[in-house]
Design a protein around this ligand. Structure first.
Ligand SMILES: CCN(CC)CCN(C[C@]12C[C@](c3ccc(C(F)(F)F)cc3)(C1)C2)C(=O)Cn1c(SCc2ccc(F)cc2)nc(=O)c2c1C=CC2
Length: 403
């Protein structure tokens, strides 16, 4: 389960909770209208577990290159060299540990990201006894995502292209959707607002699918896998469901809370508020926890978060000192300090310290608003920003800008 040669070994940190973590992929509906997520869950103890690659296949590197406006050929080699061998510290397709009912979290990735890039957060939550579904959005905001088309009769039956995952049936052909940049004459708000609405719908679809699985419905996984989904029957606590996300995924949290009352609370990491239409804010009735980095925020963004402040509904905000926008995705653990700081993948704060604060504060907030019977309340002080590395609320002074 991963090798830590010393403090400074690179790699995504293991979960710190009592449960061993498994992960598996589920795609139901093979088209773009289907749902696709990576599930992180408490699994039965396994010996030498097979850990999945952090980047599932090279098309994701191509998508990252597009997103970063770099050429594909060179950057695929650079990304592969830098990140190609990292694993997710979880047991691939390990048997689910049916041991009571677990609370559920739906996780939404940021612009240009995809379902595996927040594994440090998802693995930690699963190790602490959550079932976490990290959706892969098909709104063209992901660096890359794949789906399938039915092979029409005329197409050759032999398939030459390498396949990422074996589809469940041979008449399905793998297709890729890559990140779509804003067009010059296009309204960014219209694009991002339409995307955040689709993203919320996809999170709700994922929740509906988990509800079906919990009721024992059989699962038609488009991806060939021997994972036994029937073990999850009656193992999800459907009164304890939260939604979580980073940046664009943080905006997706707000949109989800407004649309779906089954989400009892939201944890929004370094939220990008721009895609949201403020008209929905009064419709959001659930508790929200804004966990921000010191470097990503600006007055206009914070002011929009403040519009969600409420005397009646718990709305909390903390800022992690020395953290940057990339302190939340996994990249922050995967390069040395020098490159990390150069590429703004690391801030001044140690990435492990920042991630521990974010995860512990989130767990305390989730315990409080999902009424969990765990010991996460030991970190309640973090919700109020009581730590040397935290600021209660924000470091942005809002008086500067009257606009
Ligand atoms: C010039 C490109 N321009 C695109 C609009 C801005 C690109 N950008 C800053 C980046 C992502 C960065 C990054 C990644 C990965 C390496 C690598 F080298 F490690 F691979 C390096 C450098 C480049 C830091 C962001 O978009 C920031 N951001 C993000 S970053 C989410 C993400 C994406 C890809 C990842 F691999 C990991 C995390 N999610 C959001 O929801 C929002 C924003 C901004 C507003 C809303």
């Amino acid at each position: 389960m991963g090798n830590s040669v010393g403090q400074n070994s690179l790699g995504i940190p293991q979960g710190k909770g009592p449960h061993q973590v498994g992960c598996t992929d589920l795609m139901v509906g093979h088209t773009l209208q289907g749902i696709f997520f990576r599930l992180y869950y408490p699994c039965q103890a396994v010996e030498d577990s097979d850990e999945p690659n952090w980047i599932p296949c090279r098309e994701y590197f191509n998508g990252l290159a597009d997103f970063m406006k770099m050429g594909r050929a060179l950057s695929e080699r650079i990304f592969n060299y830098l990140f190609g061998s990292f694993k997710i510290p979880a047991a691939w397709n390990a048997s689910f540990k049916a041991d009571g009912q677990y609370p559920v979290i739906i996780f939404s990735h940021g612009l240009g990201a995809f379902r595996t890039l927040y594994s440090a957060i998802c693995v930690e939550l699963a190790s602490q006894g959550f079932i976490v579904a990290a959706v892969e959005h098909r709104d063209e905001s992901a660096s890359a995502t794949f789906y399938y088309k039915e092979r029409c009769e005329t197409q050759k039956s032999h398939c030459t292209s390498r396949k990422t995952f074996q589809p469940v049936s041979d008449n399905l052909v793998e297709e890729w959707m890559y990140y779509r940049a804003l067009k010059t004459d296009e309204s960014e708000f219209l694009l991002r607002n339409n995307q955040v609405k689709q993203r919320a719908d996809e999170c709700i679809q994922a929740l509906d699918l988990l509800v079906d699985i919990n009721s024992g419905k059989s699962v038609q996984n488009t991806l060939r896998s021997d994972f036994d989904w029937s073990k999850l029957k009656n193992c999800m606590d459907l009164c304890r469901i939260a939604v979580m996300g980073h940046s664009f995924g943080g905006a997706t949290v707000i949109e989800c809370l407004c649309k779906e009352v089954r989400f009892k609370c939201g944890v929004a990491l370094d939220t990008w508020m721009f895609p949201l239409d403020e008209v929905i804010f009064p419709g959001v009735k659930q508790p929200i926890f804004f966990i921000n980095s010191e470097k990503f925020q600006w007055a206009g963004n914070i002011m929009r978060m403040k519009k969600l402040d409420s005397a009646l509904i718990p709305r909390k905000m903390i800022t992690i000192k020395g953290a940057v926008h990339q302190s939340f995705p996994d990249f922050t653990f995967l390069t040395g300090n020098w490159i990390g700081k150069l590429l703004k993948l690391k801030g001044e704060i140690d990435p492990h310290v920042a991630m521990d604060l974010c995860n512990r504060a989130s767990l305390a907030f989730l315990q409080r608003h999902l009424s969990l019977a765990r010991d996460f309340n030991q970190w309640d002080h973090l919700i109020d920003g009581k730590d040397d590395h935290l600021i209660p609320g924000t470091n942005i002074t809002l008086l500067q800008s009257s606009i």
